[in-house]
Ligand binder design. Sequence first.
Ligand SMILES: [Zn+2]
Length: 199
Amino acid sequence: MSTIDQQGMLIDSKVQLKRFESIEHGNLSSVKAIVVHQTDAPTAQHTFNSYNGGGNGAHFLIGKDGTIYQTASTAKRCYHVGRLIKSKCLTLNKDNCNSVEMAKILAKSWSSQIKAIDNHERQKSYPDRYPVNSDALGIEIVGKHLNDQQYEAVNPLQNESLKWLVAELYCHFGLSGEDVYRHPQVSYKHPGEAKGASW
Ligand SMILES: [Zn+2]
């Protein structure tokens, strides 16, 4: 099994360490979930180039050949979830929602509604809400966005690496399959992102 060193790096022959401090934004004090993404870029190098400029990024990147790169420390926060999260109770189990508050929110216009939902959800703690940047690791899989519904297929080498990585992270952070999400589940993204990912 892999280990995690004092810098928050996953030590194993399967992982290439390629840390970009430019995409780390403060500390990630506890890891409660994992969000799986696709890069909308054709190669790993395209993503590395963008990481040099800072801003958004995730902790791991899986190349087309299945190579796993660790691009940020698991002890540091990355911006990968997005600004506005969806409502988990509204999606999964309406009975768990505060119906009076939620009815008021749902009466608003779309743009006010998604901001009000985000605000309402962030008052909850995980797992009552979807994960946010301050409690989730991000895994990017190299793959282009094709159209409104589709991203490139996640290939078998990539899925094999994703399975291994997610299993290691379950052990290190005490997570289970219920704690892994595709990006479009959590925030307002193209529905095809990470659709072909399996773990
Ligand atoms: Zn994403």
